[in-house]
Design a protein around this ligand. Structure first.
Ligand SMILES: C[S@@+](CC[C@H](N)C(=O)[O-])C[C@H]1O[C@@H](n2cnc3c(N)ncnc32)[C@H](O)[C@@H]1O
Length: 245
C-alpha cells in the first residue's frame, strides 16, 4: 500500500509520548509540515526533520489567524508539489479541527490523503484526572460540544436538552469564555448545579492544571479568572467520585 502524499496527523495534547506510532512516522518523513498552534507547535513539531519546511497556519499571539480558505489553498498548493506533506493538528484532526474543509479542498483538487487520528483533549484530560469518560449506568453517553461559534460567542443553536442531560458526560471544547453563560442556561434547563465538573487547562504540557468542582463552581471560577491556556471542560456524573470513593 502506498502512502498518500498528504497526511492529516493528530498531534494529541502536545506530549510526544501520546502520539501514535504512525503519527511519528509521518512527521519524521515529512518534507513540509503545516502546523496549528497549541499542541501541534511544541515538542511534537520538533520531531520533524530540521530541513523540513515548517509553515505556521494557526492563530499566533497578536496576529489574526489565516482564513480557513487560505489554509486549504496553501495545503493544496503544497500537495501539488509532490512533496510529502503533513498537516499537523492538535488533538484528533477530526474533532473541531476544520478537517472537513481541508478534505473538501483536497478532494476537489483530486489529491489523495490519509488521516492519522490523535488523542483528543477530552480523552487526555480524563486520563490525567484519573477518570473514566463513561460510567456504567450513570453515564451512558459521551458528547463533545463547541462553546465557540464563528464569532466567538456561544453557538445559538445548541441543543440544551441534550447538554443538560445529567446522564451524559459532556466535553466542552473552546468554551472557557462562554462556559459561565452556558452553565447558567443548562441549570435553567434542569441540569443540577452540583453536577461534577472538571476544568483541564494545558493538558499534556508540564504546566497543566486540573480543577475539580461542580458545574456552578467551575463556571464561577472561569468568570472570575479566565485561564490563559487552552481548556476543556468536562461535566457529568462520571466526573464525580466513584461508587467506592
Ligand atoms: C480547535 S479545537 C481543537 C481540538 C482538537 N482537535 C482535539 O481533538 O483536542 C481547540 C480546543 O481544544 C481544546 N484543547 C486543545 N488542546 C488542549 C489542551 N492541551 N488542553 C486543554 N484543552 C485543549 C480546547 O478546548 C481548545 O479551545
Amino acid at each position: 500500500v502506498t502512502t498518500p502524499p498528504v497526511a492529516f496527523v493528530g498531534a494529541g495534547p502536545g506530549d510526544p509520548e501520546l502520539l501514535t506510532v504512525r503519527a511519528v512516522k509521518r512527521i519524521e518523513a515529512a518534507e513540509v509540515v503545516l502546523y496549528d498552534d497549541l499542541a501541534a507547535s511544541g515538542p511534537v513539531l520538533g520531531l520533524a526533520r530540521a530541513r523540513a519546511e515548517k509553515v505556521a497556519v494557526g492563530k499566533r499571539a497578536g496576529r489574526p489567524s489565516p482564513r480557513q480558505d487560505a489554509v486549504s489553498a496553501l495545503l493544496v498548493a503544497y500537495a501539488r508539489t509532490g512533496r510529502r506533506v503533513v498537516r499537523l493538528k492538535a488533538g484528533d484532526p477530526g474533532v473541531f479541527g476544520r478537517l472537513d474543509e481541508e478534505i473538501a479542498a483536497l478532494r476537489a483538487a483530486g489529491l489523495p490523503f490519509e488521516i492519522v487520528p490523535g488523542i483528543n483533549a477530552a480523552a487526555a484530560a480524563a486520563a490525567e484526572a484519573g477518570a473514566s469518560l463513561t460510567r456504567r449506568v450513570a453515564a451512558r453517553r459521551l458528547q463533545f460540544v463547541t462553546g465557540h461559534d464563528v464569532d466567538g460567542r456561544l453557538p445559538g443553536d445548541l441543543r440544551l436538552s441534550a447538554l443538560a442531560d445529567p446522564g451524559a458526560t459532556t466535553a466542552v471544547f473552546m468554551g472557557k469564555a462562554t462556559f459561565p453563560a452556558l452553565a447558567a442556561r443548562l441549570i435553567a434547563e434542569g441540569l443540577p448545579a452540583d453536577t461534577p465538573a472538571l476544568l483541564a487547562e494545558n493538558v499534556g504540557a508540564p504546566d497543566r492544571r486540573l480543577d475539580r468542582g461542580t458545574v456552578a463552581e467551575i463556571a464561577a471560577r472561569l468568570a472570575e479568572a479566565p485561564p490563559s491556556g487552552p481548556c476543556v471542560i468536562l461535566y457529568g456524573a462520571a466526573m464525580g467520585p466513584g461508587e467506592d470513593a
